[in-house]
Write a protein that binds this ligand. Structure first.
Ligand SMILES: NC(=O)c1ccc[n+]([C@@H]2O[C@H](COP(=O)([O-])OP(=O)(O)OC[C@H]3O[C@@H](n4cnc5c(N)ncnc54)[C@H](OP(=O)(O)O)[C@@H]3O)[C@@H](O)[C@H]2O)c1
Length: 295
């Protein structure tokens, strides 16, 4: 499939169009503000005069704009809906699982095949062999789009036909990242309150992150299988660790909101009798099982 259309030329959309151009695709582009297309046109892209012409130019249409409402505004242009009939639409705008479901329903009604993707990288990290991209939607549409998607992200993860999967997994990984960010920033306060070099702390975190990734994968497997017999890290160790974090923050007079949250949840798990189980048993508290229910 050598003709591709890219709609939306912000930081990410421009990167997508450029990567496709450089790998030999014939790229048609459209953006609300034409100025953002100038550099790409210099590099060989064709700027379509309107949205309908942009869609008509290629069997595969990639959209990457601010949000789904922007997408709706774009497809409200004259002739856009008619042009989508028979096209494969790949939505790479970040959105929720429900937005993906609504979009798929709408796309099917106008005769387009639909894929929903969640980009898990910044523009400067796109196009690498390990760049992650989550995709869900009809298998036949994915098979058609896969070669182009692999240009954008070497690590394309197809999550199946349930269209909300990419958006849902994006939320799950965001939760992981923001939990880690909160912990990291609190750790920076601990380090600076002790007069330590926060640069060195960042380096240590970078060094230990791959092995923590493996550890979390193990905990995820325990949740998946429901086997919480402790083989790696009994939950009681984390009860002590988070209590120590909280006590230390209070004694040092630094902000203690993050350790209070972590220590509170683990204390509930301990009180519910999960102390000797694997750390992953904390999920039973989040599910609302046992004593100390959390909604
Ligand atoms: N940048 C990242 O690091 C990153 C990482 C992962 C995922 N993403 C996702 O990629 C998507 C695009 O991000 P970006 O970084 O490219 O954003 P951006 O640089 O802010 O670009 C936003 C794009 O949306 C268009 N737009 C906004 N409102 C519009 C409207 N009402 N009608 C028509 N077009 C509209 C803009 O058009 P104009 O040029 O005319 O304003 C522009 O093309 C977002 O969903 C974002 O979450 C981004």
């Amino acid at each position: 499939m050598e003709h591709i259309t890219v709609i939306g030329l912000g930081n990410m959309g421009s990167t997508i169009a450029r990567l496709l151009l450089r790998s030999g695709y014939r790229v048609t582009v459209w953006n609300r503000s034409r100025a953002k297309a100038e550099a790409l046109v210099q590099e060989g892209a064709v700027f379509a005069p309107d949205v309908a012409a942009a869609i008509a130019a290629s069997p595969l249409v990639i959209v990457c704009v601010h949000d789904y409402r922007a997408t709706e505004a774009i497809f409200a242009a004259p002739g856009a809906v008619a042009a989508l009939d028979g096209r494969t639409l790949v939505q790479l705008t970040t959105g929720s699982p429900q937005e993906a479901r609504d979009s798929e329903t709408w796309a099917r009604a106008v005769g387009a095949a639909y894929l929903d993707g969640a980009i898990q990288a910044a523009p400067g990290q796109m196009g690498q062999p390990d760049t992650p991209l989550l995709v869900s939607g009809a298998r036949s549409a994915f098979d058609r789009a896969e070669p182009a998607l692999k240009v954008l992200a070497g690590n394309v993860m197809y999550l199946g036909e349930a269209i909300g999967a990419a958006g849902a997994m994006d939320l799950a990984t965001l939760s992981y990242i923001y939990g880690a960010v909160l912990g990291f920033i609190h750790g920076a306060r601990v380090a600076e309150a002790e007069g330590l070099n926060v640069d060195a702390y960042g380096q240590i975190v970078a060094d230990i992150s791959p092995s923590f990734g493996q550890f979390l994968k193990y905990e995820g497997h325990a949740i998946h299988t429901g086997d919480f017999a402790s083989k790696e890290s009994p939950l009681s160790i984390s009860v002590e660790a988070t209590r120590r974090l909280l006590d230390t923050a209070r004694a040092a007079g630094i902000n203690s909101e993050f350790p209070a949250l972590a220590a509170g949840l683990l204390k509930r798990a301990d009180e519910a009798g999960y102390g000797k189980e694997e750390l992953a048993a904390l999920i039973k508290v989040l599910r609302g099982d046992g004593v100390g229910k959390v909604q």
